[in-house]
Structures are given as structure tokens and as C-alpha cells.
Design a binder for this molecule. Structure first.
Ligand SMILES: NC(=O)c1ccc[n+]([C@@H]2O[C@H](COP(=O)([O-])OP(=O)(O)OC[C@H]3O[C@@H](n4cnc5c(N)ncnc54)[C@H](OP(=O)(O)O)[C@@H]3O)[C@@H](O)[C@H]2O)c1
Length: 254
């Protein structure tokens, strides 16, 4: 039987792949046969992560650039196409967090979060789509968040950026469907990564959150990795404009 989840021969660019959810998704896609191009801001870290995959016989390359730097991001996408002959899958995953009681928010903090989490995803998706259109195929996947669907205090920019990503994803899905390109999002709940390290350092917070999750634990990068492979694979050929929530059931529990 044909393996519907194989990504053999596919070229995937994953932003924010130096660690956390991005590296987990990149690793799983490489295991499914893709050549994965790891993005982050630090070339040395990316080299180490790419070597980890290469030593396991997987195909990995790096594309160090800051996703908020439009010239660098555009050149990064062009380099993937030049070096690998195509760009089949974009996972726009890089994201940042900033938390403060409302009165303490500065506009520069708001803009920094929106710029990384939403503006940069728009620009990268645009650049990727331009590369994918002549191929008449492609997959664009955003890492959104449960906080784009449910409110959480002290992180208004993060919640707004992730809700905005869902709108961007639907708009692109409608516009790009005719070009053979799908656009979807993964919306994680609470995950064990560096981003949540401060929250997880407080045992009472971990327990309180576990108590609200039907599966009673925080997610790990493996919990989103398979969803990324699925959305990038031919198994998801007829799925576009969708946001898949991966939250252990938190968002459906009263
Ligand atoms: N962890 C959670 O509970 C959770 C829940 C819902 C959604 N998410 C989303 O999942 C995504 C990944 O988060 P994570 O938890 O894996 O976070 P993380 O461990 O903090 O990793 C963030 C990644 O983004 C990269 N990055 C940040 N700013 C960048 C920039 N300007 N240019 C290029 N790369 C940049 C970082 O690379 P360098 O620092 O090496 O450049 C790193 O690889 C984010 O979009 C986040 O909002 C996370």
C-alpha cells in the first residue's frame, strides 16, 4: 500500500527549528523522508541540530535568518529553492512571548510580538507561495495557539497575534487553493518547551493547568510532530483552511 504519510523528496523550511516545537516538527518530517531546512537566528545552534539529524541518516540543512528581517527572510526562501530545487512545505513556527499586567505594556513590546508572530508569518507565507505557485503544489502550515481561541490575561499581543494567524491562514487557503497550495494551522495548548519554562518552574501552576486538561499533562514536541507530518503529507491533500487544536482536550473542558 502507498504510504500516504511519506514526505520522501519533499523540501521543507521550518522556522524556529533550533529547539522546541519547531525542532520536533522538523525531526518528524525528516523521519518521514523530507529534506528539512532548519531556521533560527543562531547559525551555530542550527548546525548542531542539523548534524544531530544527519548523523541519524536524515536530510537536513540550515537557513539562519531573523524572520522579522524581510530582506533576510526573502533571501532565505530563495536560497532554499536555489540549493534544493524547490520549496514544498513551509512551517512558519517561530514565535515569541511577552507577558505583563495590562498597565505595564509598552507599544514596543506589543509591536515586537506582533511583528514576529504575525507580520513575519504573512511575509514568509507570501514568499513561499510565490515559490510554490509555479510548482502548482505546496503546503503552508502556521503554528497558532489555543490562546488565539481562548483568552488568557497578561498576554494580549500573543493572543491577538495567534488569532490573527488563524484569519491569515483562512484567507491564504481560499486564495491559494486554485494554485494547488493548502494552508492550515496547528494550535497547541500548553507545551513543555523553553517558552513555557518560567511557568513550569512553579509546581502549583503546573498542577493547576494539569487539572484543567482532560489528558492531565502538558504536551511535548512529539505531540505536534505527527500533526505537522500529516498536514504536509498526501493524507491531508483535501484539507485546507483548518486549525487543528492539539491541547490534550483543554479547550473543550468546562
Ligand atoms: N510552548 C507552548 O506552550 C506553545 C503553545 C502554543 C503555541 N506555541 C507556539 O509554538 C511556536 C514554537 O514555540 P516553542 O514553545 O517551541 O518556543 P521556543 O522553545 O521558545 O522556540 C522558539 C523558536 O523560535 C525561534 N525564533 C524566535 N524568534 C525568531 C526570529 N525572530 N527569527 C527566527 N527564529 C526565531 C527560536 O530560535 P532562536 O532563538 O534560536 O533564534 C526558537 O527556535 C511559537 O510560535 C509559539 O508561539 C507554543
Amino acid at each position: 500500500m502507498k504510504n500516504m504519510f511519506s514526505l520522501a523528496g519533499q523540501i521543507a523550511l521550518v522556522t524556529g527549528a533550533s529547539r522546541g516545537l519547531g525542532f520536533g516538527m522538523a525531526e518528524a518530517m525528516a523521519e518521514a523522508g523530507a529534506t528539512v531546512v532548519l531556521n533560527g537566528r543562531d547559525a551555530a545552534t542550527l548546525q548542531v541540530r542539523a548534524r544531530e539529524l544527519q548523523q541519524r541518516g536524515l536530510q537536513a540543512d540550515i537557513a539562519p535568518f531573523d524572520v522579522t528581517d524581510e530582506a533576510a527572510a526573502s533571501a532565505g526562501v530563495a536560497a532554499v529553492v536555489k540549493n534544493h530545487g524547490a520549496l514544498d512545505i513551509l512551517i512558519a513556527n517561530a514565535g515569541i512571548h511577552h507577558s505583563s499586567p495590562l498597565a505595564g505594556w509598552k507599544m514596543e513590546d506589543w509591536r515586537r510580538v506582533m511583528n514576529t508572530n504575525l507580520d513575519a508569518c504573512f511575509f514568509l507565507a507570501q514568499q513561499a507561495a510565490i515559490a510554490m505557485m509555479p510548482q502548482r503544489s505546496g503546503r503552508i502550515i502556521f503554528t497558532a495557539s489555543l490562546t488565539g481561541l481562548m483568552g488568557r490575561p497578561t498576554i494580549p499581543a500573543y493572543c491577538s497575534s495567534k488569532a490573527g494567524l488563524a484569519g491569515l491562514m483562512r484567507s491564504l487557503a481560499v486564495e491559494l487553493g486554485g494554485h494547488g497550495i493548502t494552508c492550515n494551522a496547528i494550535a497547541p495548548g500548553y507545551f513543555e518547551t523553553d517558552m513555557s519554562a518560567k511557568m513550569r518552574s512553579d509546581a502549583a501552576t503546573v498542577e493547576r493547568i494539569n487539572g484543567r486538561i482532560p489528558l492531565q499533562r502538558w504536551g511535548t514536541p512529539d505531540d505536534v510532530a505527527g500533526v505537522a507530518v500529516f498536514l504536509a503529507s498526501s493524507a491531508a491533500a483535501y484539507i485546507t483552511g483548518q486549525q487543528i487544536v492539539v491541547d490534550g482536550g483543554m479547550g473543550i473542558a468546562l
